[in-house]
Design a protein around this ligand. Structure first.
Ligand code: URA
Length: 210
């Protein structure tokens, strides 16, 4: 099985991530940078999207031009921090369908508990991009993907801003077929399941709730 990991090492992505990590970066800047970085990640994650040729007319002559093929992509946000990536992705995929999964981490067990699940009705044959900024323990990602797989999509990819080695292993032990896209894989998790060196709590930093 593939266990694909794409570390997006483009200098623009790396620079923006470094600013996001700094503790003095404001909520407004963090939000704007997450949107920008998500557009760049969206560019990478859609690189192998299928295209077909469509007959069009330019002002000068007809031609066979490439257009995206098949059903619209589904962007799935793992709430609430995933909403930041969702918004950037929607800038470059404005017609994408959008699903949401609400999961919170039980602070004792670090296991995900579901409180919301809403997907487009026709998920068969669609390509799904699951978004969550922090792939930490990987438990939420695994649970979210398990739920989505039951709806029979054609493919699932996972996009985050930062991953821990533990999260990458957990994700791929459970779902080796899901390709991972991340700008960086950090050192490790701390005892509370936070990524080190990381950037802190992505949801709090995105929404200014701390
Ligand atoms: N969730 C976060 O927001 N930050 C981490 O470091 C880990 C999980």
């Amino acid at each position: 099985m593939p266990r694909e990991v794409h570390v997006v090492d483009h200098p623009l992505v790396q620079h923006k991530l470094s600013i996001m990590r700094r503790k003095e970066t404001s909520t407004g800047s963090f939000r704007r940078l997450l949107r920008e970085i998500s557009m760049l990640l969206g560019y990478e994650v859609t690189r192998d999207m299928p295209v077909s040729l469509e007959r069009i007319e330019t002002p000068l002559m007809p031609m066979d031009a490439p257009v995206l093929d098949g059903k619209k992509v589904v962007i799935v946000s793992i709430m609430r921090a995933g909403d930041g990536i969702r918004d950037g992705m929607l800038e470059i995929l404005p017609s994408a369908r959008v699903g949401h999964i609400g999961l919170f981490r039980d602070p004792e067990t670090l296991q995900p508990v579901e409180y919301f699940f809403k997907m487009p009705s026709d998920m068969e044959d669609r390509d799904v991009i699951v978004c969550d900024p922090m792939l930490a323990t990987g438990n939420s990602a695994v649970a979210a993907i398990e739920r989505i797989k039951k709806l029979g999509p054609r493919s699932i990819k996972f996009v985050c801003l930062l991953a821990a080695p533990e999260g990458v292993a957990t994700l791929h032990d459970a779902h080796p077929d899901v390709a991972l896209y991340t700008p960086a894989i950090d050192e490790r998790l701390n005892d509370h399941g936070y990524i080190l060196p990381g950037l802190g709590d992505a949801g709090d930093r995105l929404f200014g709730t701390k």
